[in-house]
Design a protein around this ligand. Structure first.
Ligand SMILES: [Zn+2]
Length: 417
């Protein structure tokens, strides 16, 4: 008994319980594809750089609506004219939150191969709410939005398999428990430091079969293990001057001021992956970046440049994970089943639904998310409340033509009532 007690104390101190979280991950031994991948910079399948496709995964966060609809159609034309080397149209992943979203647009984008992922129901502020919320509160955010996407945009639940927390704020293990319990397959929230220099190799996505043991850039990161669940590190990029780090392409402290600088920002960061270990290059941003027209033109130029390269594929998160699970050399990619497409030009026209062209119709559908809209929301609620409370006085004012005597009379009546 005494020995058992000593062993228990020893294990508690040394964390040596027979639990996968405490084992080392060895790719050749206890973690093999397609179900498991250790965290690392090695190319899946042991291929050389030249044999490996450079996957470029462009992701946009937040609402899909009239503000970004034209941008998305410009960069990813619905006629399918921009294609990868296998002949299939290029695609992107949208992390969609509910507020202000036009679900008809989401439905159309999904119909032509764009991936739709979950970015919460309310996208509420403050940022730290997402770190401190209870599991029940987080489950509401994650599952309500997935159900809303399924119901309102007609997307099969099984197609909505990814999650990104608002503000890239991790929620410790609570979020990962909810995701893995509800058949999500990946998280794209946790940011990862930039490699030391432009010649350093970049981390590839990995599964959480073993404890997350890299740098936790924003606390709190998960501590438990989630077998088969994929983590896409949001690798930090370098601004166009190569001076400061940015989590999102559109969050650099040194923002570009013209098309050349904007293109340079994309191209230099792309080259780090392309010239080293060809880890998927994630371009994470918000569509508001295109309000500066030169940024839209730079992204267009970037995509056009990639389309000239026969070893680059612009694809979705889930399709990039399919390649990692089933590594296939470039020479055989035209027959790679998960990347095959069944696409006809202007496929989204087959989706019959009504898009909202009047922005006002989408306003205040739910709780507001930005500071400005919070103020507007509070103002409107106050006006409505006061109107309800003082409607008699307001009516008196209107009837009496703002006669002060009648106003006092009205006030008396009010008191008597
Ligand atoms: Zn967001």
């Amino acid at each position: 008994m005494k020995k058992l007690f000593i062993w228990f104390v020893f294990c508690a101190v040394c964390e040596c319980f027979p639990y996968p979280a405490n084992l080392e991950c060895y790719a050749s031994n206890n973690c093999t594809l397609p179900k498991c991948r250790c965290m690392g910079i090695d190319i899946p399948g042991g291929y050389t750089r030249i044999e490996t496709p450079q996957m470029v995964v462009i992701t946009f966060d937040d609402a899909t609506n009239w503000e970004n609809w034209d941008y998305y159609r410009y960069l990813f034309p619905p006629d399918g004219s921009r294609v990868n080397p296998n002949g299939c149209p290029i695609a992107m992943t949208l992390f969609v939150s509910n507020n202000y979203t036009d679900y008809c647009m989401v439905k159309k984008l999904h119909a032509r191969g764009m991936e739709i992922a979950d970015h919460s129901y309310t996208h509420r502020i403050p940022r730290l709410w997402w770190a401190n919320a209870t599991k029940e509160e987080l489950a509401y955010e994650i599952l309500t939005q997935r159900q809303t996407l399924a119901t309102r945009a007609g997307i099969p639940i099984s197609d909505i398999s990814g999650w990104r927390s608002p503000y890239l704020q991790p929620g410790e293990d609570k979020v990962f428990e909810i995701l893995s319990e509800n058949n999500f397959t990946f998280d794209a929230t946790i940011s990862h430091p930039l490699p030391l220099d432009s010649y350093s190799q970049v981390i590839w996505p990995f599964t959480l079969d073993y404890r997350f043991n890299t740098v936790c850039h924003i606390d709190p990161c998960p501590a438990k293990t989630y077998p088969g669940f994929w983590l896409l590190p949001v690798v930090i990029v370098m601004d166009y001057r190569e001076e400061k780090y940015c989590v999102y392409i559109d969050s650099c402290e040194n923002p570009p001021t013209n098309i050349e600088e904007s293109f340079h920002l994309l191209w230099k960061n792309f080259l780090r992956n392309y010239r080293t270990n060809r880890a998927p290059f994630h371009v994470n941003l918000h569509s508001s970046w295109f309000k500066q027209d030169f940024n839209l033109k730079a992204m267009d130029k970037f995509i056009k440049q990639l389309l000239t390269m026969d070893d680059v594929y612009i694809t979705t998160v889930t399709k990039s994970l399919e390649w990692i699970k089933h590594p296939t050399p470039l020479s055989q990619l035209k027959d790679f089943d998960p990347w095959k497409c069944n696409y006809k030009s202007n496929q989204e026209d087959d989706v019959i639904c009504e898009m909202t062209t009047d922005p006002k119709k989408l306003r205040f559908r739910l709780l507001p998310t930005s500071k400005e809209s919070v103020l507007s929301f509070v103002f409107c609620v106050t006006v409505v409340t006061l109107t309800i409370k003082y409607y008699k006085k307001i009516c008196w004012l209107a009837i009496s033509g703002f006669n002060t005597e009648n106003w006092e009379l009205g006030e008396m009546d009010d008191k008597e009532a």
